[in-house]
Every structure is written in C-alpha cells, then in structure tokens.
Design a protein around this ligand. Structure first.
Ligand SMILES: [Zn+2]
Ligand SMILES: [Zn+2]
Length: 224
C-alpha cells in the first residue's frame, strides 16, 4: 500500500466498498456468459463453432467469461478511456481464475486486436494489450502483441449499425510478416478482445490469421 491509498482509498466502481476497484462480491454477482457458437449463438460445448456454422477462414470457437453487464461492463468502459493499471490487473486476476477451470483448446499464442497507430498515439494505450499480457503470462501462453497489424484507422464500431460495421472493418487486419518465422509452430492462436458483440472485429482478425496459414483460431473475450 502506498501513500496514495491513504489519500485516495480504492473503492469498488460498482458498490463503493473500500479496498479494491472491483470487489469480490460484485464480481461474483456478475453473470457468466453461456458457451455458445460464435455464429448462430446457440449453446455449444465449450463455445466451439458448430460443424455446420463454420467456414474455412472462420473462427473455431469463442470463450467469453462474463455477460456484458454490471461491474464487468463498468470496468471495460473505464478501461477503454483510460488505462487504470490496477483495475485492469484486478479484472485479469478474476478472469484467470475462471479461465483456468475451463476446457480450453490447445492454445499457445495469444494476440490482442490491434488498434491503429494513430489511435494508439492519441489514446496512449491499448487495453487489450495490457490485460492480454497478464492473462498470457498466467496461462503460460506466448503473447505476441503485434501478430496482427491494423492497416487503416476505422470509425469506432459502437457508432455504426451492423452492416456498416462489417464494411468498416473489411480486410482491415493483416498478419505481421515479421512473425513468418513462427511457422510451422504457429498452429493455433487465441485472439483477445474486451467484448464480443456482433463479432465482426474478431471475425475479420481471424480471417487475416487463417489466410496467413494459422490452422485454428479461437476468440477470448472478457464479456460476450
Ligand atoms: Zn463492489
Ligand atoms: Zn452454430
């Protein structure tokens, strides 16, 4: 505990209790996301894509931890606008605890959804990089923050309707050629993002990885 903890005591962003930004009782109350197929959203074992729903350059499955509501939604929104290191670490800690008891596909590489260098500079950080790094090290996965490159800046997805979202992102990601040397070991990759809503971001990122030669791609999101 530093001097700042006395001057500005940490309080839970949902209930106001002193001690942590995300208290144990609020996180325990947050409902979990059901394991569903990322395409049709119907239940599936561990979140694997149904045989009839997938396609060649499509995603093989999705692991979402919580429903996008309550303290989790609050934390994700705060992290979007400023990276609060301790809040991000607390969220990652809770997430890792739940991730470790899940049946996961064999994954050895994790990469975050990249943001364009222009936005990275104006906003100063990419919360998926920071949280993804903590998760990878706890899970023993290789963390490759720049496995994908974002080719152009795009309008924020939240401001667009579904169809415009797809157009906004079409072919926006590319496999970073400096990582070619990881093949043939680069067989399976977990893409990390904060929320899975329409899925268009993760699906575009998946396409870029599969076209580069990655065999299996799963998505991992904090909420879905
Ligand atoms: Zn609380
Ligand atoms: Zn399905």
């Amino acid at each position: 505990m530093g001097i700042l903890d006395f001057v500005f005591p940490k309080t839970c962003i949902a209930c106001g209790k002193t001690g942590r930004y995300i208290c144990r009782s609020c996180i325990d109350k947050n409902p979990s996301a059901r394991p569903v197929c990322p395409y049709c959203r119907h239940p599936s074992v561990s979140g694997a894509t149904h045989a009839g729903c997938g396609k060649k350059t499509g995603i093989d499955g999705l692991v979402s931890i919580w429903k996008y509501e309550g303290v989790v939604k609050k934390a994700i929104l705060s992290l979007k606008y400023k990276y609060a290191t301790e809040m991000g670490d607390e969220l990652a800690d809770y997430l890792i605890g739940l991730l470790k008891v899940k049946m996961l596909p064999g994954v050895y590489y994790l990469c975050p959804i990249p943001i364009h260098w222009y936005r990275q500079n104006t906003r100063g950080f990419n919360q998926s990089v920071e949280v993804g790094k903590v998760i990878s090290s706890a899970m023993g996965w290789n963390f490759i923050p720049d496995l994908l490159i974002k080719k152009r800046a795009t309008a924020p997805q939240a401001e667009l309707d579904r169809e415009t979202r797809m157009k906004n992102l079409r072919d926006v990601f590319m496999f970073n050629p400096v990582h070619r040397s990881l093949f043939p070991n680069l067989k399976s990759v977990m893409i990390f993002d904060d929320v899975f809503t329409t899925g268009s971001t993760i699906l575009e990122a998946t396409k870029a990885l599969k076209m580069a030669g990655v065999e299996k791609v799963w998505g991992l999101t904090i909420a879905g």
